[in-house]
Ligand binder design. Structure first.
Ligand code: FES
Ligand code: FES
Length: 160
């Protein structure tokens, strides 16, 4: 029998604890133990970026690490972005600029954009395209996603 490991991860400011198998992926901890299904699984092999979350301030593909590696760390998922019933500017940008069709890639795109705009509040179009280059979208052709991130960047600069 596999020895389980006790893991505690803070997700969106709330602690989640469980005894898990060492091979449990972080994305499965987020979806199945924390019940936060906004983080999607598109490939399970580090290709698509649908599972992107922020771990201690850095964007990671949560299918690419084990839950035990996130023990004691802080994770931000798409569910943690809206505040007081108000969409985060990046979420608003995707809504206003129609940055999605099926929406499957959207949570990962939003979290990749979150990291991009934290590092670079005024990115060029090329920098935006580079910033989301680890995230695949099968629907939109990317143009409206880029527009959504430009919208968010402008809005976030106004607030700061
Ligand atoms: S599900 Fe993680 S990169 Fe595709
Ligand atoms: S909106 Fe369908 S995969 Fe991106």
């Amino acid at each position: 029998m596999v020895q389980k490991v006790h893991v505690k991860i803070i997700i969106n400011g709330k602690p989640y604890e469980a005894d898990v198998e060492p091979r449990l992926l972080l994305v499965h901890f987020i979806r199945e133990i924390a019940g936060l299904t906004g983080t999607h699984i598109g490939c399970d092999t580090t290709n698509c970026g649908a599972c992107t979350v922020i771990l201690n301030g850095k964007a990671v593909k949560s299918c690419t690490m084990f839950a035990v590696q996130a023990n004691g760390k802080e994770v931000l998922t798409v569910e943690g972005l809206a505040k007081d019933g108000k969409l985060h500017p990046i979420q608003e940008g995707f809504w206003v600029k129609h940055g999605l069709q099926c929406g499957y890639c959207t949570p990962g795109m939003i979290m990749a954009a979150y990291q991009l705009l934290k590092r670079n509040p005024n990115p060029t179009e090329e920098e935006i395209r580079w910033g989301i280059s680890g995230n695949l979208c099968r629907c939109t052709g990317y143009q409206n996603i880029v527009e959504a991130i430009k919208y968010a960047a402008e809005k976030m600069r106004e607030v700061d």
